[in-house]
Design a binder for this molecule. Structure first.
Ligand SMILES: Cc1cc2nc3c(=O)[nH]c(=O)nc-3n(C[C@H](O)[C@H](O)[C@H](O)COP(=O)(O)OP(=O)(O)OC[C@H]3O[C@@H](n4cnc5c(N)ncnc54)[C@H](O)[C@@H]3O)c2cc1C
Length: 511
């Protein structure tokens, strides 16, 4: 298709540019960076993406070894309509680039007492599951209605208008709407209002996994999260989620976006209250009218910009979300009880959240997310075998009290012990391939703040769920995109962030 569908910048698609195409450098090819790059190219900017790694996608990453294919990063796709917009704006259909299909059940939940509970969006089937554990299905529906109201509120402003500050919120919502955010409860408090059955409570609390925070610290409006599954479904991309990156790359090629791989940016050049370009590790100097950093806000300020105490103070409240131990196992058998997405719950989930978010220690009994894509996708493992990715949330790196490789190894054994205890009998004996990433690997790979996997934590007391604003406070032509920026982490959110930062740039640039 080449570039013929691309409306040439400087002609009808570049209002306010006086016939010259402005140059944007995007630092980092994570999903936020890719979404910003595509959106800006669609607005007529000349876009160059510089990525330090050898492939695009950032945390959307893949590992293929010995006949097993693992999603090293995200494995759950939600809100695909936010990705679809990137294609629609170029007159294309996402399905032609990234075919997706819904999964059933959404999650299978295992508990230490032997209870197994599936989450499905169909009301009648969900009611059957709830009755198994003695939860009144009507109260569950009441909870979903509450979650849906919160989603609609959050979506109208925070998501779709790209609101960045409490001031923005106040102006958009006014006092009456503001109160509807269930301001005084935590996420767990919001769940407990409707749900009294402990297993169901734990499951609904664990929707906070989508942003790597604690249900006891996150504001109640994070209860919007179940809506993304129960209203908009949960999706899979055959062959693995890295096909999202491959589909976006095709679109980028068609839009003429230049991507420099193995191109680490080591400096953002500044002049007064503007940035003028970037320098790469191999000494290349690239001028730009606008720079968009998909490197997280705090590392970018620390490593790429001149020291700035005011910025450090401004960003202090943006504590990182949790990290994770990423454990990929290729097995020589298949466990029939597993679904595609599984959760093995802690016997005391509050203690697990406390360990990760307050004590900074490896949880004695973590809640485990386990994805077995081999259950629905025969291409990711040899016949009759499972490939498992296991992801317990763990504290991000504490530079003052760092955990050792040995600490992580002991923790990994605890994770496997738990899975064997909860039904994956003889798991150890069936491992034929193993790959482990600790927070140190995650930090090294993506330069995320202290090895965080979802950007900034959502915490009622630290930041009330707000992340960094999209436009830098000091350098007017420097913008940020990704999990450390509003609306925060998770694939659909960073893709939305890329579209919102583009809108912000266009409004600012053409004002
Ligand atoms: C294990 C794991 C599981 C997850 N599960 C899910 C899930 O199931 N569903 C979901 O929706 N989300 C999930 N997430 C979260 C999701 O992957 C992230 O929120 C999202 O992909 C982050 O995108 P981002 O735009 O913030 O950038 P990132 O993915 O962080 O990418 C930033 C990019 O910038 C590059 N970079 C950084 N500094 C420089 C520099 N100086 N020069 C050049 N390049 C640089 C990095 O190499 C990287 O490629 C998961 C994440 C992880 C790690």
């Amino acid at each position: 298709m080449g570039r013929q569908l691309y409306e040439t910048p400087g002609e009808e698609k570049a209002p306010g540019m006086s016939g010259t195409q402005k140059k944007v450098i995007v630092i980092g090819a994570g999903l936020g960076g890719l979404s910003a790059a595509i959106s800006l190219a669609q607005e007529g900017y000349a876009v160059e993406v510089l990525e330090k790694n050898a492939q695009i996608g950032g945390k959307l990453n893949v590992l293929s070894k010995q006949g097993y294919t693992f999603d090293l990063g995200p494995s759950i796709l939600t809100l695909p309509h936010l990705f679809e917009r990137l294609f629609q704006r170029s007159g294309r259909k996402m399905a032609d680039y990234i075919p997706i299909r819904p999964l059933r059940p959404h999650w299978r939940n295992f508990f230490e007492d032997g209870t197994v509970l599936d989450l499905v969006p169909e009301k009648d089937r969900m009611a059957e599951e709830l009755r198994k554990v003695g939860q009144d299905p009507q109260r569950f529906q009441d909870f979903l209605a509450y979650a849906g109201r919160l989603y609609d509120l959050v979506n109208a402003g925070y998501f779709e208008k790209g609101l960045d500050t409490v001031g923005d919120f106040w102006r958009f919502h006014g006092l009456l709407d503001f109160l509807k955010f269930d301001l005084f409860r935590s996420m767990h408090g919001g769940v407990a209002r409707f749900i009294d059955e402990p297993h169901v409570r734990d499951v609904l609390d664990y929707f906070i996994k989508y942003v790597g925070s604690s249900a006891y610290d996150a504001p109640a409006f994070m209860n919007c999260l179940p809506t993304i599954q129960f209203r908009y479904d949960l999706w899979y991309v055959d062959g693995g989620l890295y096909h999202i990156a491959l589909g976006l790359r095709r679109l980028m090629d068609e839009l003429g976006i230049t991507v420099g791989l193995n191109s680490e940016v080591v400096n953002i050049r500044t002049q007064g209250d503007r940035v003028t370009g970037v320098t790469t590790a191999d000494g290349r100097s690239c001028d730009a009218d606008i720079v968009v950093s998909n490197m997280e806000v705090i590392p970018a300020h620390r490593q790429l910009l001149p020291p700035d105490d005011a910025a450090r103070r401004r960003l202090r409240h943006l504590a990182p979300a949790c990290s994770g131990l990423i454990l990929d196992l290729g097995l020589d058998i298949s466990y029939p009880q597993l679904a595609h997405h599984n959760f093995f719950f802690s016997g005391n989930q509050k203690a697990h959240f406390d360990a990760v978010f307050h004590k900074g220690v490896l949880s004695h009994d973590p809640t485990l997310y386990l994805v077995a894509a081999s259950k629905t996708d025969p291409t990711v493992a040899p016949p009759g075998c499972d490939c498992l990715k296991i992801l317990p949330h763990i504290p991000c790196i504490d530079p003052e009290h760092p955990l050792t490789e040995e600490d992580y190894r002991v923790f990994k054994d605890r994770v496997i012990d738990k899975l064997e205890r909860m039904g994956l009998t003889d798991l150890r004996k069936h491992v034929v391939f193993e790959h482990v990433w600790t927070p140190l690997d995650i930090q090294r790979q993506y330069y995320s703040n202290r090895g965080s996997i979802y950007g900034v934590v959502a915490d009622k007391w630290k930041n009330f769920g707000f992340k960094a604003p999209k436009q830098d406070a000091r350098y007017a032509n420097l913008f940020f995109v990704g999990g450390s920026v509003n609306p925060g982490g998770g694939m659909p959110m960073v893709v939305l962030c890329g579209q919102n930062v583009c809108r912000k740039i266009v409004e600012w640039d053409r004002a």
